[in-house]
Design a protein around this ligand. Sequence first.
Ligand code: SF4
Length: 316
Amino acid sequence: MSRQDEIINVKNIIDIPDFKTLLKKQGYSLAGSHSAVKTCLWLTRSIKNEGSCYKSRFYGITSHRCIQMTPTLMCNQKCLHCWRPTEIDVPMPTDWDSPVEIVGLCIAAQRKLISGFGGSAPRERWLEGNEPKHAAISLSGEPTMYPYLPELVEEFDKQGISTFVVTNGTNPDMLKKINPSQLYMSLDAPDEDTYIKACLPGSPGLWNRINESLHVLKDKETRTAIRITAIKGLNMFDPAGYAKLIKKAEPDFVEVKAYMHLGFSRGRLPREAMPSHGEVMVFAKDIARHLGYKVADDVEISRVVLLSKDGTVSDL
Ligand code: SF4
């Protein structure tokens, strides 16, 4: 499919206005000049005491006190499964906002986003939501492209907010410098050819950098996790290949999660690319067997399976 066809295809799903209008339409709240915040479905449920996300069950995250944010919407990949409009280039900022500004703006944006729940959610939970305890630096875009990411993580930490950073692993030098509460790295292919097909890297050499990042992860003192987004018909094969790569990183956890047919990915992948929870479980168990890990937990509604070295997991 040509780039023009891709854009037309995506336009069939949602008519694309300019980038900022588009983000607002998708429920993103811009925080400063290049960061964004968005509340997720689970925050909405958690604030009403109606359930929590799988990260709450796996790692003890309180969903209604979690800021889902990114310091940049730019990315050097155009993954087929990405929910964001990868067909539209995000301009490089001329000036970067400081970490202190970003943290303050994100907290303010989160408070504004949940202000509407003041009347419908239990008061105690709504008040808790106004005092975030956790930041998932993973919303959309590649956070390691923000040059002050180490300082941003430190600033959240200073304010008593724990951090999960999710990276595509293409910037090993930045991974050496950051120390979030948990460092997640995506690994969406067992080999380079599949990586190119699934993640459409923006420049050559990124697969080598991903491999370098796996080694970086091994030396991190912080908790580490490898995340595989399982896409039927695209990357759900060669569990031994995945295990061989994951062994380089020796992560504390491996999360195998089904691709979800949402956002702009609907224009690139068919609905059938979503594996069932049972299919994810079979694939995760195959990887675990090759890796010597055990199934620690799973959440059917999110179609996610957690592997750990000894089959246990503890809260942060
Ligand atoms: S690395 Fe993440 S943000 Fe970038 S295109 Fe892939 S899924 Fe989207």
